[in-house]
Write a protein that binds this ligand. Structure first.
Ligand code: FCB
Length: 440
């Protein structure tokens, strides 16, 4: 077998990503906490509980782990519900705590990236109609102003909204996220309000910090037609337009093209300094008359695909290269804001990791400008409506004892971060089954 190393550009960001509700624990003032209390919303009735106890201070030991394993960046989110627990109340202690966390990252030579909305908001915002109510644009703006003002000295890399596409589908179409609606019109309204809220936040952040880098994190999903039948092709393309293109295109040219809802949002044009891409997998799409709510698309994984532990993710690294090619159309640098796989036994993860990074390397060599990669995630955390049934951490978590479990992928990723590349020795050692593909 040939030997060699795929090197990444100097200064490449190598990190992990997390989100407030998934790691902090004991936040009782947000939509997800309330959702967890309702019967049968979360698999096996799981609750976030203490999560990874970051609010209790365990972020320190986890940041130590990130530092000791050569990560030079970390993406975390801050909770609106903690910073503004009521419409007229700002919690300075909460801001202090986030300040401390960002200083903690700097002390460890880790560059922070902060997400301002990651799937959850305060209960009082939900009571006002949440993202369906246009008032959210100004409410979010006030929160962003307060939070960014407080955190400016420690961060200049901002994600306004995480996965607006997944949020709109999960919360307003599939009904598996709070508020559990199943209404396409509502989902589109929410996306429209999110574009406006992002645009407003973009301006606010740049007014406060002119050299800030501001973007969103879009979940890119490949949609492949199952057959040559034109209907399958048409469906795959519609799904891609709505799910992938809609949001970042609106931020590029101010046109909101939602097929049945077309609007101009001129203030959104030119409001992304980078494109955050979250990539996990691709779907095959086939026309199916019984799937009315899924817009007549039956989605599935190829029969021969390697699946993750619960079947949630198929290992399809070519889709990752495609994601980068797709992202180039927006004319801004790309940051991989999430990529990873659920795997408590760490059987597939090493292979998934090297094959995806190799796909990324390939796409970068074909002119995709990518500035960094954030693996999801540093440590197992609360996986939304799937609770604790999916384990995405490099480190495992024993939820009862808070013990961290070092998985082999920790050491693989550490070597990648430290050497800024993937070598044949690493692949041979940690994921020999990927040798054929990476070093043929
Ligand atoms: C993404 C979310 C993230 C995490 C991963 C597995 O859609 O942004 O919070 O749940 O999936």
């Amino acid at each position: 077998m040939p030997k060699g190393t795929y090197y990444f550009p100097e200064g490449f960001l190598w990190g992990t990503a997390t989100a407030a509700h998934q790691v902090e624990g004991h936040n009782q003032n947000n939509t997800w906490y309330a959702w967890e209390q309702e019967e049968s919303r979360i698999t096996d009735g799981h609750k976030s509980g203490l999560a990874c106890d970051w609010w209790g201070g365990r972020w320190r030991e986890d940041f130590d782990r990130a530092q000791a394993t050569s990560q030079n960046a970390h993406r975390l989110s801050i909770a609106w519900s903690r910073i503004q627990p009521a419409p007229e109340r700002w919690d300075e202690d909460a801001l202090d705590r986030y300040r401390e966390m960002l200083i903690g990252l700097h002390d460890r030579k880790i560059t922070p990236m902060v997400t301002l909305h990651h799937f959850s908001e305060p209960l009082w915002v939900a009571e006002l109609g949440g993202w369906e109510n246009e008032a959210i644009v100004d409410l979010f703006a006030a929160f962003v102003k307060k939070a960014v003002e407080a955190l400016i000295p420690y961060c200049d890399l901002w994600v306004t909204i995480n996965e607006p596409n997944v949020f709109a589908v999960g919360a307003y179409l599939d009904g598996v996220f709070p508020p559990g609606e199943k209404d396409l019109q509502a989902a589109l309204k929410v996306l429209y309000n999110m574009v406006r809220a992002h645009a407003h936040a973009y301006t606010i952040i740049h007014d406060l910090q002119p050299d800030a880098q501001v973007g969103t994190a879009i979940n890119y999903r490949g949609f492949k037609p199952a057959t040559w039948v034109p209907l399958d092709h048409w469906l795959a393309s519609i799904h891609s337009k709505l799910f992938n293109d809609l949001f970042p295109r609106a931020l590029m040219d101010g046109q909101f093209r939602a097929i049945i809802k077309k609007e101009q949002i001129p203030e959104a044009a030119g409001t992304q300094d980078f494109l955050g891409v979250n990539y996990y997998s691709c779907d095959t799409v086939r026309f199916d008359l019984t799937k009315r709510r899924e817009m007549f698309a039956r989605r599935f994984y190829p029969e021969d695909a390697l699946l993750s532990e619960s079947g949630f993710i198929a290992n399809l690294p070519d889709g990752f290269s495609e994601a980068i090619h797709w992202g180039r159309q927006f004319g801004v640098p790309i940051i991989i804001t999430e990529n990873g796989v659920e795997d408590s036994k760490d059987i597939l993860r090493p292979r998934y990791l090297v094959e995806h990074l190799h796909a990324l390397w390939r796409a970068m060599n074909e002119n995709g400008i990518v500035k960094g990669y954030f693996h999801w995630s540093l440590v197992d955390n609360f996986e939304w409506e799937r609770g604790w049934t999916q384990r995405f951490g490099l480190w495992g978590l024993d939820v009862d004892t808070q013990a961290r479990i070092r998985r082999p992928s920790v050491d693989l990723y550490a070597e990648i971060c430290r050497t800024n590349g993937i070598s044949s020795e690493m692949v041979e050692k940690y994921a020999p089954e990927a040798m054929k593909r990476l070093f043929p």
